[in-house]
Design a protein around this ligand. Structure first.
Ligand SMILES: Nc1ncnc2c1ncn2[C@@H]1O[C@H](COP(=O)(O)OP(=O)(O)OP(=O)(O)O)[C@@H](O)[C@H]1O
Ligand SMILES: [Mg+2]
Length: 531
């Protein structure tokens, strides 16, 4: 995996984790809000229910006071019936007592209010009200007051309007203010009277199983009745598991993980497609470039042939002239009486040899100028050098230049295209000849050497011309660098291209006191390549 790909994946995983985290926060936030809204709604419903029931109690008391202390008080039997039917229909009303409040003014008893029971329903279940006597007596007539009691009960008391000394006291069982099905099983429900707990029901279903509680929405409201000191409060303990169900989180992680991997895979595929397209385009561009270089190389060879034409024509004229004169002499000998066949045969034999030599020269020229796709094969380097020497020798001779060859004694081979290597050598020989042209040197000399050094083949083309100017040495192989008025500056750059194509290289140097030297380095062919 490359560094870029790794960074790419790291960023992707980071994004994925960030998405999971955002999902978790969002879920917690919305669930908490939902649970809190639910608690609020339930609280309001319970508040309404309890308020209605409290209002009923108020109504009962008002009507009981009315029937007992009006202008024409009902008979005690009828009042008892009413009281009994109330306790029967409303089980949360534990008992009802009708009392008479009388001032204790006798010297033997302490001052205060004496409570005398007139009626009580059901019999025997009421509690002792004497400690409440003073408090009830001090109540404003017509107003209901609330008093704490025992066993989750509270008391409601109402005084009749004077001169009646009657009062009604109801005991309400706070546990029965709500039906079991009315209370939410998931909340802790509390009813308090002046801060004193009347009812405390814990949660039945646990939304907090095991995990730490992280939120606890709270609802509180005062019951709105004549007796308004009752407070209802609800608490809903919520655990992390309730706010963020693990299944949901895992489901989201799995789904987004899959999507993430699908996207990463698609991106990788696209990247791979782009790379392969780029590689293809580069390969096409390389092929086009090579084609152009081959065309250029061919054009350059054809051009060079033109330059060499006069030397080669001279090279061919000599054998042709000799063949002509030898053939004429043979003809003369043949036309004599009793001709001697021996000298005629000798002359013809030499002619055949000369004609073959001329034919070889022409073939060499045709090969060199041919336009065909280069094909590197394992080639004998010395033979290639010999070929190009044969082709250029006549031209050099005409220009008064001597060409010396020192070839490696052992056969040396390299993977090259023979014509292209000939062209490289030809360019170097032409440059050397050009350098020698204007030189003052008396014995103009070009020297070609071949040798194998450390598994590498070296071909050196040196001359005893003026050498290369130091500032030109760096630019020699740049296309279009030339110091010649007629030069194109393409010879050496083409040489470098052709040599590098077969994994070789070319270097230029000045031989101290003796002109320039160019060395071609080629990887020597391995034994199996030769085989
Ligand atoms: N043997 C040499 N001695 C001195 N200078 C040389 C020699 N060979 C090359 N040079 C210098 O290198 C330059 C570049 O040579 P290159 O063969 O690339 O181009 P060119 O010969 O000028 O033109 P052409 O495109 O016709 O070959 C030459 O102009 C010359 O200055
Ligand atoms: Mg040149």
């Amino acid at each position: 995996m490359t560094k870029t790909t790794f960074t790419y994946w790291l960023a992707g995983v980071g994004l994925w984790l960030a998405a999971i985290l955002s999902f978790a926060f969002y879920t917690i936030e919305t669930t908490e809000q939902r649970l809190s809204d639910e608690l609020e709604a339930t609280g309001r419903t319970l508040h309404r229910l309890i308020s209605q029931r409290v209002a009923q109690h108020d109504a009962h008391m008002t009507s009981l006071i009315a029937v007992t202390s009006g202008a024409e008080p009902a008979r005690s039997g009828a009042v008892r019936q009413v009281m009994e039917s109330i306790t029967r229909f409303y089980p949360r009303i534990a008992w009802i007592v009708l009392v008479s409040l009388e001032s204790r003014e006798g010297s033997s008893t302490p001052p205060g209010t004496l409570i005398r029971r007139l009626l009580e329903v059901p019999d025997g279940e009421t509690e002792d009200l004497s400690p409440r006597g003073d408090a009830i007596a001090k109540q404003q007539p017509g107003r209901i007051s609330v008093y704490p009691s025992r066993n989750g009960r509270y008391l409601l008391a109402k005084r009749a309007q004077p001169p009646s000394a009657a009062a009604v006291v109801l005991a309400i069982d706070a546990r029965l203010l709500l039906e079991p099905e009315e209370r939410p099983p998931w909340a802790q429900l509390q009813l308090t009277l002046d801060g004193q707990s009347l009812l405390d029901l814990p949660t039945e279903t646990v939304e907090a199983s095991g995990l730490p509680l992280i939120a606890s929405p709270h609802f509180e409201s005062v019951i709105d009745g004549e007796s308004r000191r009752l407070t209802l409060s609800l608490d809903r303990p919520v655990s992390l598991a309730a706010l963020l169900p693990l299944k949901q989180l895992l489901g989201f992680a799995a789904a987004t993980g899959l999507a993430f991997f699908a996207i990463m895979f698609a991106l990788r595929q696209r990247q791979a497609a782009q790379i392969s397209q780029k590689t293809m385009q580069e390969a096409e561009a390389r092929a086009l470039l090579q084609e152009r270089e081959t065309l250029l190389a061919h054009a350059s060879r054809v051009n060079a042939m033109g330059e060499m034409a006069s030397g080669i024509a001279h090279e061919l004229t000599q054998p042709l002239t000799a063949v002509l004169s030898r053939s004429q002499a043979a003809l003369r000998l043949a036309s004599a009486d009793n001709p001697d066949i021996r000298p005629i045969a000798d002359a013809l034999e030499i002619n055949v040899r000369e004609a073959k030599r001329a034919g070889e020269m022409l073939k060499r020229m045709r090969d060199y100028a041919s336009n065909r796709a280069p094909k590197p094969v394992t080639s004998a380097i010395n033979a290639i050098v010999t070929e190009i020497v044969a082709l250029t020798l006549a031209d050099l001779r005409q220009r008064g230049i001597t060409l010396e060859c020192s070839l490696a004694p052992e056969p040396i081979r390299a993977m090259v295209d023979a014509i292209e290597l000939e062209q490289v050598l030809h360019n170097l020989i032409r440059n050397a000849a050009d350098a020698l042209e204007g030189a003052e040197t008396l014995a103009k000399l070009i020297r070609i050497e071949t040798e194998a050094v450390n598994g590498e083949i070296q071909i050196v083309v040196g001359d005893n011309g003026p050498g290369i100017a130091p500032d030109a040495l760096q630019k020699l192989f740049h296309p279009f660098f030339t110091t010649k008025p007629e030069g194109m500056g393409l010879g050496l750059s083409l040489c470098a291209t052709l040599v590098e194509r077969v994994d070789g290289r070319i270097e230029a140097a000045n031989i101290p006191g003796s002109g320039a030297s160019f060395t071609i380095f080629l990887p020597a062919a391995q034994a199996q390549e030769i085989a």
